[in-house]
Design a protein around this ligand. Sequence first.
Ligand SMILES: *Cc1c(COP(=O)(O)O)cnc(C)c1O
Length: 410
Amino acid sequence: MDTLPETRAHSPLTQRYLDIEAELGASNYKPLDVMLTRGERVWVWDLDGRKYLDCLSAYSAVNQGHCHPKIMEAMIDQARRLTLTSRAFHHDQLAPFYEELCALTRSHKVLPMNSGAEAVESALKVARKWGYEVKGVPDEAAEIIVCSENFHGRTISIVGFSTDPAARHHFGPFSGGFKRVPYGDAAALAAAITPNTVAFLVEPIQGEAGVIIPPAGYLQAARRLCTEQRVLLILDEIQTGLGRTGKLLAEEHEGIESDLTLIGKALSGGFYPVSAVLSPREVLGVLKPGEHGSTFGGNPLACAVARAAMRVLVDEGMIENSATQGARLLAGLRGLGPDIVAEARGRGLMLALELHHDAGGAKPFVRRLRDRGILCKETHEHTIRIAPPLVINQAEVDWAVEQFQAVFGN
Ligand SMILES: *Cc1c(COP(=O)(O)O)cnc(C)c1O
């Protein structure tokens, strides 16, 4: 296959913006060469007027589709009334947000935060406190077990237990108290648990690792081990949650319940950073006033936006649509050229193509897809993640499959 150049010809405005970004911005990202300016449902447009199907959904933060009119309306309404009080005062959006979120996820308590990483950090703090004050672990001895190839965010404590060299290199020293086990291996988890283990933190499907689905029964086994050994099961559903895998939460695929569930990303439908720690049991009850907080966490604007984002997810059947259209899209992807595509996998609309390692890497294919109006992003060398907004319809899925066929053959 001939390789496309990494960059392409641009209008003067697009080129100017690219130059300014390169000059003034920290270069911690290497975006695909496309400059977006507008979005609606599954579609986005670039500055030069070209239209694309968004198959990344901002890493699953825009599950409800771009600029959903009902979420936008809620945001504008609330922005006119009250945006931020801090938690020093009560406000009238928090209680309805708690109530609706708990009803939707069958939780008993909520800790509202902003970014996903903050939700993860918060859960780690809560788990340690629970370990010392409820389980009776000796002071400073709490251990938390995590998985290889995990992705839980970018803070120092989180990258400290990452296995990705780029995420860790030269960011140490890191905080202790974390132990790693291979993902999908219940026996390794069982062997790693000690009397001082307070929590096991795991993604139900590993997203950034390349949509890695663990063996059937893994989460059930983890649940059983955690219950037997009095260890909190913390599910990071920041990417898998809120309909992405065809269920509200991915834990439902194995019929289990966590002790702490983390959600974020699509909790606001992409309008605003909103995350939360959910606890089905009273684990969050260990936090006392002054022990944890966030200026913006649980603010009125965040609550109003999240309430609308949850409402449309359910009212507009997006979770069922994720299951139906996800199955159709996966079937289409499974028919792609076997010379290039080694495997198509996924659940709901959380899908990925694994390319043969001699196919020249995912990047050139991502650029070809862009040139046919499909935006995706490679993850690692040989994997392309495909995760359109959950509002995609059948005609759009079929059109997408045609574009994939044109690029990968069939
Ligand atoms: C995106 C993500 C996070 C981090 O969320 P941010 O909002 O980027 O901090 C954590 N865990 C998982 C599984 C994610 O996909």
